[in-house]
Design a protein around this ligand. Structure first.
Ligand code: NAP
Length: 296
C-alpha cells in the first residue's frame, strides 16, 4: 500500500512539491502556517490538517519544508508539533536547508519516540520543485532511505544517499559553498573585463566553453549583462546557507576563507537593502568598490 504522506510548509518550494506528490498518486495531508497557501493543494485533492501534529497523525511519512533551523524545531518539537502526532515507526523527512547539528538533535529527540528522521535538502530551485527535477541529498539510515525512495522519486531526478543523519545537510552546505565562490568568480571576471574596457558579451562567449565554465557563468552572467537582478535564488537565503556552512565548518575546524569573504560581500548587499535580489547582485558589491557598472 502507498504510504500516506504529510507536508508541512507550502512556500515557494513546498507547494509545488506537495502538488507533485498528489499528482504521483499519494494521499497527501498538508498544513501551512498561512492557511491560504493550503488551498491549491486541497483543490488538487490533498487534505488540509489543523496542525503539524494533526498532519503526522494522518501520515506514515511527514515532510517538512520550512525555512531555517528554529522553524524546523518549531514545527517538529514545538506545541502541536509533529512529534506530538507521529506514531511509532513513522518517518520525518526534513527537506529544508538547516544546520546538520540541529538535524542530529531533532533526530535524537524523535528516536526516543521510535520515529525515524531523514535529512533531505534539495537544490534545483523553484523550477526544479515545479518540474519534479530536484537534486536531493539524503542523510539518515539507509534502510529508511530505501523505504522512502518512491516519495523522493516523485520530487526529484538526482537522488543521492550521502550517509548518516546530518550528511545530507552537510553535502547541501558544500554545494552552497561552491555556488557562492562561483558567483564571486563570475562577478570578478565580469568586473575586470568592464574596467579594462573589453566587450563583455564577446568575453563571456569566449570563456564560457573553456576551463572557466560554470553554471553561474552560463546562467547568471547574462542576467548581470542585462542588469536583471530579479531573484532565482535570493541573497537572504544564500546568506542563511553560508552562515550555516561557516558555523558547521567551525565545529569541525575547517577553514573556509573564500566562503567568509563571499558572506561579507553579500552582507554589504543586505546593508544596501538588496537582500531580496538574486545572488547575481553580488556584482554590485564589487562595482561599488571599483566604481564601475558591469553591463553589455
Ligand atoms: P518560503 O517560500 O519562504 O517558504 C517557507 C515556508 O515555511 C512557508 O510555508 C512558511 O509559512 C513556512 N514557515 C517558515 N517558518 C515557519 C515557522 N516558524 N512555523 C511554521 N511555518 C513556517 O521558502 P522556500 O523558498 O520555499 O524555502 C524553503 C526551504 O528550502 C529553505 O530552507 C530554503 O533554504 C530551501 N531551498 C530553497 C530554494 C529556492 O530556490 N527557493 C532552493 C533550494 C532550497 P508561511 O506561508 O506562513 O510564511
Amino acid at each position: 500500500m502507498e504510504p500516506r504522506v504529510g507536508f508541512v510548509g507550502l512556500g515557494i518550494m513546498g507547494q509545488p512539491m506537495a502538488l507533485n506528490l498528489v499528482k504521483a498518486g499519494f494521499a497527501v495531508n498538508c498544513w501551512n502556517r498561512t492557511a491560504a497557501r493550503m488551498e491549491p493543494v486541497v483543490q488538487a485533492g490533498g487534505l488540509a490538517a489543523e496542525s503539524p501534529a494533526h498532519v503526522a497523525e494522518l501520515s506514515d511519512i511527514t515532510i517538512t519544508m520550512v525555512r531555517d533551523s528554529p522553524d524546523v524545531e518549531a514545527v517538529v518539537l514545538g506545541r502541536k508539533g509533529i512529534i506530538e502526532g507521529a506514531r511509532a515507526k513513522a518517518v520525518l523527512i526534513d527537506m529544508s536547508t538547516i544546520s546538520p547539528q540541529v538535524t542530529r538533535e531533532i533526530a535524537a529527540r524523535l528516536k526516543e519516540r521510535d520515529v525515524q528522521m531523514l535529512d533531505a535538502p534539495v537544490s534545483g530551485g523553484d523550477v526544479g520543485a515545479r518540474e519534479g527535477t530536484l537534486s536531493i541529498m539524503v542523510g539518515g539510515e539507509q534502510e529508511v532511505f530505501e523505504r522512502c525512495r518512491p516519495v523522493f522519486e516523485a520530487l526529484g531526478k538526482t537522488i543521492t544517499y550521502c550517509g548518516p543523519t546530518g550528511a545530507g545537510q552537510t553535502v547541501k552546505l558544500c554545494n552552497q559553498v561552491v555556488c557562492g565562490l562561483n558567483i564571486l568568480a563570475m562577478s570578478e571576471g565580469l568586473l575586470f573585463g568592464a574596467k579594462a574596457g573589453v566587450d563583455l558579451r564577446v568575453m563571456h562567449q569566449a570563456i564560457s566553453a573553456g576551463a572557466a565554465s560554470s553554471w553561474m557563468l552560463t546562467n547568471l552572467a547574462p542576467k548581470v549583462l542585462d542588469r536583471d537582478f530579479a531573484p532565482g535564488f535570493m541573497v537572504d537565503l544564500q546568506q542563511k546557507d553560508l552562515k550555516l556552512a561557516l558555523e558547521a565548518a567551525r565545529e569541525c575546524s575547517a577553514t573556509l576563507p573564500g566562503t567568509a569573504l563571499v558572506h561579507q560581500l553579500f552582507a554589504a548587499l543586505q546593508a544596501h537593502g538588496e537582500g531580496q535580489e538574486g545572488t547575481q547582485a553580488l556584482v554590485k558589491a564589487l562595482e561599488r568598490l571599483a566604481k564601475v557598472e558591469v553591463k553589455a
